[in-house]
Design a protein around this ligand. Structure first.
Ligand code: MRU
Length: 368
């Protein structure tokens, strides 16, 4: 993949959100969309960490894929530094793994991918594998994380599409599309699957202050895929729900606790309250990698607080009064009681979640 710049839609689908090219991790730079479609190359771990922190790559499953490729990069870099010596590579690899883990606290897919791929390296070292073989296995596993995510999103899309009648109108928040995942999308994957099944849909996309993932990214990819989309100010969601225009609200999630409480982009919780008030189903579409068996409920989910400067400015332009303070939590938690069902690769999981979430909370090799 080469650096490119193109203002026209028309990417391959599933989108090449994270890829490996000539020993580097290459990302669609989501900070530049929708103005410019360009790729950011990450040839070292600080550059990749910065890309995650800045949201050049973002969305829980996409962060997981980027971290998986990050560990393949970390192994290669350490090998270059100290040669084919697993014992000397390990502490460098672990340091890079910790740097990746420190980028963003809320999306559990990051930690899931670091555990999966880091655990693979650990097992192979214990088994006496050659340094080169471990590097190749890490790269293959990163590609598998991405491909499995696409497959899970397709499966959840098919399960979710059955919930939507033809000509349905769906309200969504933030970007839970191809750009947020291995390339296909969770909440927006449901829309793609419904379209593939021959349904005509309309999407209302909340703009999603302060970084406008809905206005910039969801709208961009839906236009690219030929799906009718209307962008709303976040504060207009109550009105479209009250007017009876919405058949379902569907969002993604960054972490679902074991009891079904779900963290997602700030502004999701009020949507769930509104959906309940207006008797509209509120669905969360998420793969098993987003469910966290180690967090019992939403109180245990760490909510990232980002720089208040993101609230004060849109890009270079100041939009708040000088002297005012700003508060910038990136996520909120929707209580399980407001969630109609989870759309997963294991099907549509409905309350009581204590029982129904078992397949997405199971971790092979770990006791329940
Ligand atoms: O801060 P972001 O843009 O990484 O937040 C992303 C979201 O909140 C998404 O809705 C979530 O990760 C689900 S993506 C399939």
């Amino acid at each position: 993949m080469t650096n490119s710049s193109d203002t026209k839609p028309g990417l391959p689908f599933p989108f090449p959100v994270v890829a490996w090219d000539q020993g580097e991790v290459v990302l669609i730079d989501q900070t530049l969309l929708p103005d410019e479609l360009a790729y950011r190359r990450c040839g070292d771990i600080p550059t990749l960490c910065q890309a995650i922190i800045e949201l050049a790559v973002r969305g829980a499953p996409a962060i997981g894929v980027a971290a998986a490729y990050g560990l393949a990069l970390a192994w290669n870099l350490a090998r270059r530094e100290v040669g084919d010596d697993n014992e000397r590579i390990w502490p460098i690899f672990q340091k890079h793994r910790a740097e990746l883990a420190a980028t963003r606290p809320t999306a559990v897919n990051l930690f899931w991918a670091l555990d999966r791929c880091g655990g693979l390296a650990e097992q192979m070292i214990a088994g006496g594998a050659a340094t080169e073989a471990i590097g190749a296995a890490l790269l293959a596993d990163a590609a598998a994380v991405r491909e499995e995510d696409v497959a899970m999103c397709r499966a959840m899309g098919e399960a979710g599409a059955e919930l939507l009648p033809d000509f349905a109108t769906v309200l969504t928040h933030c970007n839970a599309g191809g750009l947020a995942t291995g390339g296909y999308g969770t909440a927006i994957g449901v829309i793609y699957a419904a379209k593939a099944a021959g349904k005509t849909l309309h999407v209302f996309a909340d703009e999603t202050r302060p970084l406008l993932q809905g206005a910039r990214l969801t709208a961009w990819e839906l236009v690219d895929q030929g799906i009718d989309v209307t962008v709303l100010c976040d504060s207009a969601a109550a009105t479209v729900l009250r007017q009876g225009k919405i058949d379902a609200v569907i969002t993604g999630s960054d972490r679902v606790a074991a009891n079904g409480d779900a963290a997602n982009k700030i502004g999701t919780y009020p949507l769930a309250v509104l959906a309940h008030r207006h008797d509209v189903p509120f669905y969360i579409a998420a793969p098993a990698s987003t469910f966290d068996p180690d967090t019992p409920d939403g109180d245990g989910i760490e909510i990232e607080e980002r720089d208040p400067a993101e609230v004060h400015h849109w890009r270079a332009e100041r939009t708040t009064a000088v002297g005012a303070k700003a508060w910038n939590p990136a996520f909120d938690v929707t209580p399980a009681s407001l969630i109609t069902a989870f759309i997963t690769e294991h099907g549509v999981l409905r309350p009581p979640f204590g029982k129904s979430l078992a397949p997405v909370l199971a971790r092979p090799g770990k006791p329940a």
